[in-house]
Design a protein around this ligand. Structure first.
Ligand code: SF4
Length: 264
């Protein structure tokens, strides 16, 4: 193996490590070899794609483009790693694992608590009645901001990926088992901002030790907290509005605060 090829492999492995990979699946290892043989690497910050390799300052930042392209691959690989997960008792009653969906390069992530009945059947997050409310919220945020983003431009996930029985709140052991997957999704996507939907999502992302029963989303909504340096806005879960539609303006106010921060 040439010295240059060895350096290329080290650089790309470091990149995957930063994305949260602890090991590479076999198909990645093969791709990696092809990439390493065809990519010129001088140092991490100046990796060039051979297709766009030019001289001077007009070079596109390959690191930026490479990162973007491979976020999708990283998420796919994470999904493969989760497999037919049996790491917690929620596996017993689920129909499908609901991994999450959306744009791997999203600026905004919406994080709920757990899949419900419709989500469990369709293996997609927020597709039931509450999901329709969330979709309208996202689309309205896109219009109001002038950025015209829609649901497919953001990323949507949950704290746990399997439906709890009777839609109860996920329990601490289930959250502990599943949270590392969400953390890897957030690390990979690296959104500019997060909206935490409901008290389970907010309580978990805030890393609170206080019992969930003593935690009130009504009291903390509307005030940003930080999740690993990312501003996060706690707000009501869309399902809350099925019973309390009059409170929708509160979440709209939270959404506007998110858009304001996003525009800075
Ligand atoms: S909730 Fe998460 S940890 Fe538990 S079985 Fe499903 S995917 Fe695995």
């Amino acid at each position: 193996m040439s010295h240059e090829l060895k350096n290329n492999i080290i650089t790309i492995l470091e990149f995957y490590k930063e994305l949260g990979f602890e090991r590479l699946p076999l198909n990645y290892s093969n791709e990696l070899q092809v990439k390493c043989q065809s990519v010129k690497v001088s140092k991490y910050q100046s990796v060039k794609d051979p297709d766009t390799l030019t001289l001077g300052n007009s070079d596109t930042s390959f690191v930026t483009r490479y990162s973007s392209l491979n976020k999708e691959d990283a998420l796919k690989s994470l999904r493969e790693e989760i497999g037919d997960c049996q790491r917690c008792k929620l596996s017993k009653g689920r129909t499908h694992i609901v991994f999450g969906e959306g744009n791997a390069n999203a600026s905004v992530m919406f994080i709920g608590e757990a899949p419900g009945k419709d989500e469990d059947i369709q293996a997609r997050p927020f597709v039931g009645e509450a999901g329709q409310i969330l979709t309208r919220l996202i689309n309205n945020m896109g219009k109001a901001s002038g950025l015209n983003f829609t649901r497919t431009d953001v990323y949507i996930a949950n704290i746990v990926k399997c439906r709890p029985p009777m839609n109860r709140d996920p329990q601490a052991d289930e959250i502990a088992a599943c949270l590392p997957f969400l953390e890897r999704q957030i690390d990979t996507i690296a959104p500019k901002i997060i909206m935490a939907l409901g008290k389970v999502a907010a309580h978990t992302l805030m890393g609170l030790e206080t019992p969930l029963a003593k935690f009130s989303i009504a009291k903390i909504r509307g005030q940003f907290f930080e999740y690993k340096g990312i501003p996060a806005m706690p707000t009501y879960h869309p399902a809350y509005f099925l019973r309390n539609p009059k409170d929708k303006p509160l979440t709209w106010a939270d959404a506007q605060a998110v858009l304001q921060k996003l525009s800075k």
